[in-house]
Design a protein around this ligand. Structure first.
Ligand code: NDP
Ligand code: HSE
Length: 436
């Protein structure tokens, strides 16, 4: 018996998915039992890289998700509302779903998985996090017997590509972003990449699997890369760091080893020491570092976006569903527990004020005696201890001083910054970044 797929979207990822499925030679033999029978797009008359028989391409996506002949709907149109509508309709019609859409899962995962569990169908989303890198399946399966303490990722290819080219070539932000869009890495609205929102979507999904609870996306602290200046990249290099947009999920477990009551969830640019395993992850590559007990540290690394890489993850999900269906596991008995979503409660996210880290601050000051002393005093009065203070440059606007603090809570550091801003000698503080 063959299995029929309805593909929604034939853009970057949809095209890559079709290319793999239409050329099964030398790949998993199950691919030969799976056919793309209908493809939904916005404009069926547009020129395409892959060809289908007449009648397969349509702009009537509603008819695909309700088609009784289709077993699996693959949602690759992106966006939230329309995608949600198609996914829920497909589930309601008893279809399994594969999606690469982190935005819809991070916002509506509760509705989607509740509906899927009630209907006895699978919703798989390996491609939604870290593109082609298998990381969600390992978290659910091979790593599932570990207690996970922290997941740290470079999980947005576009921003990693931009930061890498800014560092290596001194390239201009807007030019590199245009290249990332041309290469198909960026979201339809690249604000989602640049402002850290895409990484926030993805870390909620990773955290939900690592810590076994649903996450409210609004609780994720999120800062993007817009404010990073060429000066910060250069100073970081001089000081032995590289700047990466990190997404971090961590929780302290009780002595019993049970899941943490509360976790930290944050996305922000970070100065990483050059010896850190994530520091050399460059270009469109992504990496996810999982700290697990008893396994220790394991890092998943590879291409985080792009046509072929992302399609590889999409098609692997399709094959997993087909393999499970063929094995005869009845979805009415809750199906394969390694594929279905097994948690329904929400995990509490800690307030950012309590988060502790080192900080980097670039401070423009008047160029006169005792300024460094005043800065040290203002930090000290707020309990912030300094690891290093360097006067990097003096120019016509004054002196440029870079400080790196010891570990301190966000709350204390922000109070110290306010005191610093009130000093007459401080002209401005253009950059504040966290340091690993
Ligand atoms: P594209 O913009 O390249 O393609 C979107 C496709 O969906 C197009 O074929 C478009 O039709 C169709 N489409 C969009 N909206 C509608 C609609 N309302 N009705 C009918 N068809 C529609 O997107 P990507 O392939 O880049 O991304 C798809 C999904 O994969 C997104 O959720 C994205 O976040 C995710 N993703 C993308 C990655 C990447 O590297 N690009 C990596 C990982 C995940 P038409 O062709 O006619 O315009
Ligand atoms: N825009 C996303 C990125 C695509 O750059 O990582 C992969 O999810």
């Amino acid at each position: 018996m063959g299995y029929n797929v309805g593909l929604l979207g034939l853009g970057t990822v949809g095209t890559g998915t079709a290319k793999i499925m239409l050329d099964s030679v030398g790949r998993h033999p199950l691919l030969e039992e799976i056919s793309i029978v209908r493809v939904g797009v916005r404009n069926p008359d547009k020129a395409r890289e892959v060809e289908f028989e007449t009648g397969v391409l349509t702009d009537d996506l509603a008819s695909i998700v309700t088609d009784p002949n289709i077993d699996i709907i693959v949602e690759l149109i992106g966006g939230v509302d329309q995608a949600l509508d198609y996914i829920l309709t497909a589930i309601d019609h008893g279809k399994h779903v594969v999606t690469a859409n982190k935005a819809v899962i991070s916002r509506h995962g509760d509705e989607i998985f509740t509906a899927a569990n009630a209907k006895g169908v699978y919703v798989l989303l390996e491609a939604a996090v870290a593109g082609g890198i298998p990381v969600l399946t390992p978290l659910k399966q091979a790593l599932g017997v570990n207690r996970i303490n922290r997941v740290t990722g470079i999980i947005n290819g576009t921003t990693n590509y931009i930061l890498t080219r800014m560092k290596n070539e001194g390239a201009n932000f807007d030019d590199v972003l245009a290249d990332a869009q041309r290469l198909g890495y960026a979201e339809a609205d690249p604000t989602a990449d640049v402002d850290g929102l895409d990484a926030a979507d993805k870390i909620t999904i990773l955290a939900s699997l690592a810590f076994g609870g649903r996450i409210n996306l609004k609780d994720v602290y999120c800062e993007g890369i817009r404010k990073i200046a060429a000066a910060d990249i250069a100073y970081a290099e001089k000081l032995g760091f590289t700047i990466k947009l990190l997404a971090i999920a961590q929780g302290r477990r009780p002595a019993s080893g049970a899941m943490p009551d509360e976790i930290e969830l944050k996305v922000h640019p970070t100065l990483l020491p050059k010896h850190h395993p994530l520091a050399t992850v460059d270009g469109v590559n992504n990496a996810v570092l999982v700290e697990a007990d008893p396994l220790g540290e394991v890092m998943f690394y590879g291409p985080g976006a792009g046509e072929g890489a992302t399609a590889s993850a999409v098609v692997s999900d399709i094959v997993s569903i087909v393999a499970t269906l063929k094995s005869g596991t009845s979805t009415n008995d809750n199906g394969n527990p390694l594929l279905r979503c097994s948690h329904e409660h929400y995990t509490r996210v800690a307030s950012m004020d309590q988060s502790v880290s080192r900080f980097y601050a670039r401070i423009l000051t008047q160029d006169r005696p005792s300024v460094i002393g005043q800065i040290g005093l203002a930090f000290g009065e707020h309990g912030v201890s300094l690891e290093s203070v360097v006067q990097i440059d003096v120019h016509d606007r004054g002196a440029e001083i870079v400080v790196i603090t010891h570990k301190v809570s966000e709350g204390e550091f922000q109070a110290a910054l306010q005191a610093l801003n009130a000093l007459e000698a401080v002209v401005s503080i253009p950059s504040v970044l966290r340091v690993w």
